[in-house]
Design a protein around this ligand. Sequence first.
Ligand code: HEM
Length: 207
Amino acid sequence: MPRAVVTVHYWSGLLLAGFILVHLLNHLAALAGATAHLGLMQLLRTVYRHPVVEGALLLAVAGQVFTGIRLARSRRVGARGRAERLQVYSGLYLAFFLLVHTGAVLTGRLYFGLDTNLYFGAAGINTFPFSLFFVPYYLLAVLAVFGHLAGVHYRKGSARFGEQAARRQALGLGGLGVVVALLILYGLTNGLRGLPIPAEYLKSLGR
Ligand code: HEM
């Protein structure tokens, strides 16, 4: 495997991890209500919608998916131990999710002319039968982010912290992922009561 593939995966992964952390915090803000979510997104967009930052972010998505698929296919990360398998399978789901999700956001913005805010993200989750797809789609995405990090941490952290400690920390990361995924779902569904979605966002679902 060329060294450049590993290097690109590392650096684009770091950039994406920074964005994703902030992005998930933004979604957690829905626990405090739609206004809190919309307000925080407005603020964060001043950074990640800057053309240079957004250009780098979109390049990182493309770079991460391309190098991730190459790494998953190489013998270097051949699925051996459990941590390695978790890393590869969560990575493959993330590759699928990143392409579909980023494509959907760009289509919503550039083709449907929508403000791709809370209501855009929550429309499918709160509209039956689309929720049958979107609930597991988003839950798995958050779980895959934490699962991928847990797999990497266990494999790299064993040498530094010892295997037992690295395993505990990786399990902690996985547990945090489950909590974050469920809390985001709770927030985006208005505490499971259903979030009222403005009509223009339902059009992208064909309603
Ligand atoms: C948990 C459920 C999630 C929902 C409801 C959601 C929703 C959204 C929304 C509404 C946007 C548009 C933001 C804007 O216009 O300012 C967006 C952008 C984005 N999301 Fe998510 N997201 C979720 C999880 C994730 C995860 C887990 C990842 C990464 C693995 C991710 C990666 C991205 C990326 C890369 C963008 C594009 C940012 C840009 O404009 O350049 N999202 N998401």
